[in-house]
Write a new protein. Structure first.
Length: 123
């Protein structure tokens, strides 16, 4: 499931999230997502959902730590640099031909294009 990990304790829309809580992408609207990412208090993540916990009317989902992997780690482990470059080019991203794997992953994440790659892993 695509969502976010709280990097610190935060309160958003009257709901408290503790550090490392998983926040489903269905909970945040686009404006809130952009604001929280800009403030650097959440990080995009792809999780295998474990235990669901309802905290004060929240729809947060607690995930076992051994299943946690950031989007960056998932792309790094599952795709070769050339696959990432080809996909990024197909998505309209511009970059130098000799870009490193780490930088192409960062470019993909910064431009919110990681779903394209994550969807390939679900097949």
């Amino acid at each position: 499931m695509l969502g976010y990990i709280a990097k610190t304790n935060i309160k958003h829309d009257g709901i408290s999230y503790k550090k490392d809580d998983f926040i489903s992408n269905e909970v945040l609207d686009e404006q809130s997502e952009k604001r929280l990412l800009f403030l650097n208090v959440i990080q995009k993540s792809y999780k295998e959902v474990g235990v669901v916990s309802n905290n004060e009317n929240s729809s947060t989902q607690k995930v076992s730590e051994e299943n946690e992997e950031s989007v960056e780690e998932i792309l790094d482990l599952n795709f070769e640099p050339e696959e990432l470059k080809a996909g990024a080019k197909e998505l309209g991203l511009e970059f130098a031909g000799n870009i490193s794997k780490k930088k192409i992953i960062a470019l993909i994440i910064e431009n919110d294009k990681s779903t394209y790659f994550l969807d390939q892993l679900e097949d």
